[in-house]
Design a protein around this ligand. Structure first.
Ligand code: NAD
Ligand code: IPM
Ligand code: MN
Length: 346
């Protein structure tokens, strides 16, 4: 049996609840596919910050880095100033471990409810840039709290950073049957970054003659995500646009409780990190009301990344079967997790 090491960061709110279920499913498929997952849990998040003032000490980050992969629940809590944990913990992990591909698949399962009347066959993936854009913290505030306050958040887009994520998106499109790539940006207004993205896509496209390339301004993309989501195959976009459109993508395809993600370091210079798209959901935390499916599907993406293709398929199939039999009767977080675990165990 091959052993994989996992760093587990349950985090805040519903994070620990959904992570518990994802780990159950991972153990079930591990047993069946001849691998083990050796876990180390890291107590990071709101509780830790209140106790020590720490978000993610460098020594702990160095420990986390030694693992094969990271499983994260969610971070952020109303008792902590907004941004402290999001930037100091989550973004610090994504940036330091160079997770430049934030992979967010969307699929409408035949039996799942979509708020759209006739969505058609929806199966696309958003390749969201994960290390640049307005997220880098390049900016500042002057004369805070006065009528003359000025706040800037400057989006950083490097030729290096844009090209590597665009290349990854093309390679993914090449491996999919429809071979289509849509760049989403706002190059009619954000002309500096927008034109860099457009030129990069056009240049890389010459190396992928089989790929159909399309461009949409982000505002128009939100229209089509609702009126014609079946048109999308691979979407490549910057960090902030990708954040926003993937919550919308989740909402049209079964809800935020199903949306999985991988923060991928394609060069494998550091472990990749898998987490649901959703946050810590303080409004339902601690009540066993959260749907753990997104966390479970994220564990599936983790298996895929580690080369455990059969285990990944088993998780996806177990989730799909569970979704097909959802009747609308309310189940607890653990009940959903147990049902999927049972199916994944075979
Ligand atoms: P959220 O995703 O936590 O919640 C939005 C809505 O979706 C809430 O009504 C919530 O109850 C619901 N929801 C989320 N996950 C669900 C699930 N698994 N099952 C059922 N319902 C679910 O977004 P928010 O309210 O904007 O943010 C709350 C906190 O989480 C903030 O501190 C935010 O910064 C943080 N956050 C963290 C991450 C992350 O760790 N990756 C992602 C998004 C938000
Ligand atoms: C997400 C979240 C994060 C993001 C926040 C919490 C930093 O919204 O993972 O989608 O914006 O990337
Ligand atoms: Mn988000």
């Amino acid at each position: 049996t091959k052993n994989f090491t996992l760093a587990v960061v349950p985090g805040d709110g519903i994070g620990p609840e959904v992570t518990t279920e994802a780990l159950k499913v991972l153990d079930a498929v591990a047993a069946r596919h001849g691998v083990t997952f050796d876990r180390t849990e890291y107590g990071l998040g709101a509780k830790r910050w209140h106790a020590t003032g720490e978000t993610l000490p460098d020594a702990e980050l160095a420990e986390i880095r030694k693992h094969d992969a990271i499983l994260l629940g969610a971070v952020g809590d109303p008792s902590v100033p907004s941004g402290v944990l999001e930037r100091g913990l989550l973004l610090k992990l994504r940036f330091t471990l160079d997770h430049y591909v934030n992979l967010r698949p969307s699929k409408i399962y035949p039996s799942v409810g979509s708020p759209l009347a006739n969505p058609g066959t929806v199966d696309f993936v958003v390749v969201r840039e994960g290390t640049e854009g307005p997220y880098v913290g390049n900016g500042g505030a002057l004369r805070v709290g006065t009528p003359a306050e000025i706040a800037t958040e400057v989006s950083v887009n490097t030729a290096y950073g844009v090209e590597r994520v665009v290349r990854d998106a093309f390679a993914r499109a090449q491996a999919r049957p429809r071979k289509k790539l849509t760049l989403v940006h706002k190059n009619n207004v954000l002309v500096h970054a927008g034109h860099l993205w457009k030129r990069t896509v056009d240049a890389v496209a010459t190396e992928f003659p089989e790929i159909t390339v399309d461009y949409l301004h982000v505002d128009a993309a939100t229209i089509f995500l609702v009126t014609d989501p079946a048109r999308f195959d691979v979407i490549v976009t910057d960090n902030l646009f990708g954040d926003i459109i993937t919550d919308l993508a989740a909402a049209i395809s079964g809800g935020i409780g199903l949306a999985a993600s991988g923060n991928i370091n394609p060069d494998r210079t550091a472990p990749s990190m898998f987490e649901p798209v959703h946050g810590s959901a303080p409004d339902i935390a601690g009540q066993q009301k959260a749907d753990p499916t997104a966390a479970i599907l994220s564990a599936g993406l983790l298996c895929e990344h580690l080369g455990l293709t059969e285990a990944a398929r088993a998780i996806e199939a177990a989730v799909e079967a569970d979704i097909e039999e959802r009747t609308g009767s309310i189940r607890s977080t653990a009940e959903i997790g147990d049902a999927i675990t049972k199916r994944a165990a075979g």
